[in-house]
Design a protein around this ligand. Structure first.
Ligand SMILES: C[S@@+](CC[C@H](N)C(=O)[O-])C[C@H]1O[C@@H](n2cnc3c(N)ncnc32)[C@H](O)[C@@H]1O
Length: 273
């Protein structure tokens, strides 16, 4: 299935960003996604095999069914909502929530997706009911995770599920440089903490993981780093990024392909009552 690119998000203007942001400060996150929006899919799609394997596991853990109402919070350009729609013919459109209209604008206009420009916690406080919620690589941007998860518990139907997919900070292995790796370890959400938050909110938590072995042309990966493809790179001072890239170029000289493993934790909460 293919969709026409480009759409204008509906919904309220992005709210002021208050206390709700993870390790990296809100102004940096805003700048990061506004600057990256046009290149996001080029850099973060990696490969059809990667997105396919990630999406298959999401379908499986969410137990996604055609009559589900799915909300994709921090859904960005809709990359994973589109992959899920290819796998399960949902009767209802997917709601993709993201604070940055620049990201939502990349969602194909004719896709069965309703884009909503809103920050996660503020959306969750007034969200309509739904049966399944996905947050892929977005929970680390949310400061008050307990408030978000508590609100989602209230909004979910009985039997509903929330799935938090995230790079495991304990298993970070990018071919980067020390300052960037330290930033990643300190910024990504700890799966054990997410389990505790889900448990306290009343969910039955379960955890799994997916380790994917990337093979990326060296020059392409260096360009991704130069363009600060992750927010943990945007938060580094210019000199540190330049020095890190010099280090990478020296280390990777004569290497055509970079091979590394990205390990995602899949943390599921089921509302059993
Ligand atoms: C790494 S991207 C992941 C996008 C998409 N889920 C994917 O996997 O392709 C993180 C997304 O979270 C969004 N985001 C940042 N802060 C957020 C917040 N406080 N609430 C909701 N989404 C947020 C960003 O705009 C961005 O689209």
């Amino acid at each position: 299935m293919s969709y026409q690119s480009g759409r204008t998000p509906k919904g309220p203007e992005p709210p002021r960003r208050s206390s709700t942001s993870g390790g990296v400060d809100p102004a940096t996150i805003k700048k990061h996604y506004e600057d990256l929006a046009d290149s996001y899919d080029e850099f973060l799609y990696w490969s059809p095999d990667f997105v396919g394997k990630m999406a298959d596991k999401i379908v499986d853990m969410l137990d996604l069914q055609p009559d589900d109402t799915l909300v994709d919070i921090g859904g960005g350009t809709g990359m994973y909502s589109l992959a899920l729609l290819e796998r399960v013919e949902l009767t209802n459109p997917v709601t993709v929530v993201d604070p940055f209209p620049e990201m939502l604008a990349r969602i194909p206009e004719d896709a069965p997706i309703v884009p909503v420009a809103a920050e996660a916690v503020e959306f969750s406080a007034g969200a309509p009911g739904c049966s399944k919620v996905l947050m892929k690589e977005a929970i680390h941007h949310v400061g008050n995770k307990s408030e978000l998860i508590g609100n989602l518990y209230d909004r979910l139907d009985p039997g509903g599920r929330v799935l938090l997919v995230h790079v495991d900070p304990h298993q970070v292995q990018y071919p980067l440089f020390d300052a960037a790796l330290d930033n990643a370890r300190n910024s990504f959400a700890d799966p054990d903490e997410l389990i505790r938050i889900l448990d306290s909110a009343g969910f039955e938590p379960r955890r799994d993981e997916l380790a994917y072995h990337h093979e990326v042309p060296t020059g392409h990966y260096h360009r991704m780093v130069e363009r600060r493809y992750m927010s943990i790179l945007t938060s580094l001072p210019e000199e540190q990024l330049t020095a890190g890239l010099d280090e990478m170029r020296a280390r990777d000289q004569g290497t055509d392909t970079l091979r590394f493993t990205e390990t995602f934790s899949y943390v599921l909460g089921t509302k059993t009552r």
